[in-house]
Ligand binder design. Structure first.
Ligand code: UT7
Length: 332
């Protein structure tokens, strides 16, 4: 058996979005808004939304299959599948279903929930398993269908979100391509962004009351989340760069969670990253939560813009609140 080092390499990527695109113009027929307002405040022009027949597991499996195919790794050789999602088809988890769909019969599979930071948290989790020598091939999929939980009568939130999936294959490698990271949580600000369960009292026996209810639509304090992102994201990127022993001018790409173009602009300005190094595809997809970073990465890789050896500074941020950054090299 080949002796591998305890580093990681990101060797393949894939992505998938539902076929139906919903433009700002169409949205303005649903709520009182306009293409001008949405585009100028967020940079978003359209987003993709899943039909009732489309499962999150299907979308995620499509992205996962494309990542395996790029890396030319047979599904049977995957050791671990991590599905970063907040919108699983099944609260018990959807990762095992993806394992079955891919035929990754040897892989253990679990869901990881950290909202829009899910991909970053998943990347670091995958790296820990590889660095510990436990696993060699980890398929990390970020997938979300927030359209299911969006209040389509709330113009403050329904303009932002879209559905999608992105995946990367992370493999054991002599050279460690995860150069630095920093993850954070702050539950004191939990009420800024929620997809919350609301229990209703149900008495099953005298003296035995249970809370049986439903999940409510997404609620968000947009201005608070905006301020939090612009303040915290540069800080975790700088910390990760410090750990990687790199300076910001040594990175090739800034790849942020695709929430709002104004956030991308403000963070890149604070860090002094020129616009041509900032990856942005949110005009076409909106905020796809855990999918946004791998979806954008996959597009850049397939267009040949991100090349093997390129150094990427990435950051995710969102509900929890959670946020984090990672500096990684694309390819081996
Ligand atoms: O993954 C993390 C997820 N969350 C985020 O990234 C959200 C971060 N926050 C944001 O992106 C921005 O706060 C928003 C895009 C959500 C909102 O932009 P804003 O510049 O903070 O707008 P605002 O909430 O201050 O609203 C300004 C005005 C309000 O009208 P009044 O009260 O000034 O008369 C809103 O009612 O714009 C109004 N408004 C809209 N008008 C047209 C809010 N939403 C809309 C809309 N169309 N869709």
């Amino acid at each position: 058996m080949q002796q591998l080092g305890l580093g990681i390499a990101i060797t393949g990527s894939g992505s998938a979005v539902p076929p139906t695109a919903l433009s700002n113009e169409q949205l303005s027929q649903i709520v009182e808004t306009s293409d001008e307002w949405i585009a100028s405040r967020t940079g978003i022009r359209e987003r993709h939304v899943g039909s009732p027949e489309l499962s999150l597991a299907d979308l995620a499996a499509q992205a996962g299959e494309a990542a395996l195919s790029m890396a030319a790794l047979p599904a049977a050789e995957v050791d671990l599948i991590i599905l970063a999602t907040s919108t699983a088809d099944d609260l018990f988890g959807s990762a095992a279903l993806i394992q079955a769909k891919l035929g990754a019969s040897r892989a253990v599979a679990f869901d990881l929930t950290a909202a829009c930071s899910g991909f970053l948290f998943g990347l670091v989790t995958a790296a820990q398993f590889i660095r510990a020598g436990t696993y060699q091939n980890v398929l990390l999929i970020g997938a979300d269908m927030l359209s299911r939980w969006t209040d389509w009568s709330d113009r403050r939130t329904c303009i932002l979100f879209g559905d999608g999936a992105g995946a990367v294959l992370i493999q054991a490698n002599e050279r460690d391509c995860l150069l630095g990271f920093e993850l954070r949580s702050d539950g004191t600000q939990n009420n800024c962004l929620n997809l919350a369960y609301q229990p209703q009292a149900k008495s099953v026996l005298e003296g035995v009351d249970l809370g049986q209810g439903n999940y409510q639509f997404i609620t968000m304090n947009g201005q608070e989340v905006y301020r939090f992102a612009v303040r915290q994201v540069p800080e975790v990127i700088e910390k990760s760069l410090y750990r990687a022993k790199l300076t910001i001018d040594q990175i090739d790409w800034l790849l942020l969670h695709q929430a709002n173009q104004r956030i991308l602009d403000a963070v890149s300005q604070r860090l002094n990253v020129p616009p041509e190094k900032v990856i942005s595809n949110l005009a076409h997809y909106g905020n796809t939560s855990a999918a946004s970073i791998p979806l954008a990465l996959d597009e850049e890789v397939r267009q040949g813009r991100v090349k093997p050896g390129d150094i990427i500074a990435s950051s995710g941020f969102g509900a929890g609140l959670t946020w984090g950054a990672a500096i990684f090299r694309w390819g081996r």
